[in-house]
Write a protein that binds this ligand. Structure first.
Ligand code: SF4
Length: 299
């Protein structure tokens, strides 16, 4: 899935953002409509290795990322262009969802976002206090929730993934957050929930004292919520080595990070029965917390 960074700035200041401050300081012109069109046309001509840095070799899925893509001054035109040039390719828009809280804007987005299209939106907590503290902006929760409601009301075949990035600031609120989703969006067949252990990179690395959460503690908190988890039609776990989870939750794990960002220490993983399909350990995590939580599983 090539990740296409659509815009370099964001209107949130998330404490666990994986971009560093240098990202937002880049030249805006390299993200302009003309440059974006030039890049995609080069990519489509087969010279993709030089165009997109992340996941360039997986042409069947495209993630539109940022920064915040919807802040692009010509976002609607850009999205319409991607849709037209990549017919049949799944486009995933990773957004904080705030601008979609404006119904007129949400309508314009949905008018050009023909399926296969999915929206990935993070929700950081069950209330404004928790969410806004993580997002770094007062009012973000209200706008993001309005954006989700607008999307649900306007969509015609587009899919939704609600993402919860877990760290110390919100792990204790995971139960209430899942409860909020069930109340707000009770038809759980209409979306997927993804619980993601935070990555230690960019701002999250600078803020790791605040965010610090071990995978085993994250896994334990998730396991305690089994009855709630079971109420969602589809729930996934990203960034978890399978051995830190109880056996009945391991089937929820997905491998999403590129191979170069993952580690399989031979002492733990050599001969492990769960090795196939396991996400292993994030390298940046291992650099901070070591590898001691991994436990080889024998048949
Ligand atoms: S020991 Fe290694 S291969 Fe086995 S489950 Fe843990 S991380 Fe995965």
């Amino acid at each position: 899935m090539p990740d296409i960074p659509v815009w370099h700035k964001c209107d949130n200041r998330c404490v666990m953002c994986t971009n560093g401050p240098e990202f937002a300081r880049q030249e805006a012109s390299q993200y302009g409509l003309r440059c974006q069109v030039g890049k995609l046309e080069r990519y489509l001509s087969g010279r993709y290795g030089k165009v997109y840095l992340k996941n360039p070799d997986k042409p069947f899925f495209v993630s539109l990322t940022g920064g915040e893509p919807t802040m692009h001054p010509e976002f609607i035109k850009l999205l319409a262009y991607f849709r037209r040039r990549l017919p049949g390719t799944r486009l995933t828009l990773l957004t904080n969802g705030r601008r979609l809280g404006d119904k007129a804007f949400a309508r314009r987005v949905m008018a050009v976002a023909a399926p296969p299209f999915s929206l990935g939106v993070p929700v950081h907590g069950p209330d404004a206090r928790t969410h806004d503290a993580v997002a770094g902006v007062r009012g973000a929760f209200r706008q993001t929730m309005a954006g989700l409601r607008n999307f649900m009301g306007l969509r015609a075949g587009q899919e939704l993934e609600i993402r919860v990035v877990l760290h110390r600031l919100n792990i204790k609120k995971l139960g209430p957050l899942l409860g909020l989703l069930l109340r707000e969006f009770p038809d759980t067949a209409g979306y997927r929930v993804v619980l993601i252990h935070y990555e230690i990179e960019g701002m999250s690395s600078a803020n790791n004292k605040k965010l610090s959460l071990r995978l085993s503690d994250s896994a334990e908190a998730i396991a305690r919520l089994r009855p709630l988890l079971a109420r969602f039609a589809e729930l996934r776990l990203y960034h978890f080595p399978r051995c830190v989870l109880p056996a009945d939750l391991r089937g929820l794990c997905w491998v999403t990070l590129p191979e170069e960002d993952r580690l399989y220490p031979p002492g733990a993983c050599g001969g492990c029965a769960l090795r196939r399909g396991c996400a292993g350990l994030m390298k940046d995590y291992a650099a901070v917390y070591g590898t001691g939580e991994l436990r080889k599983v024998r048949r």
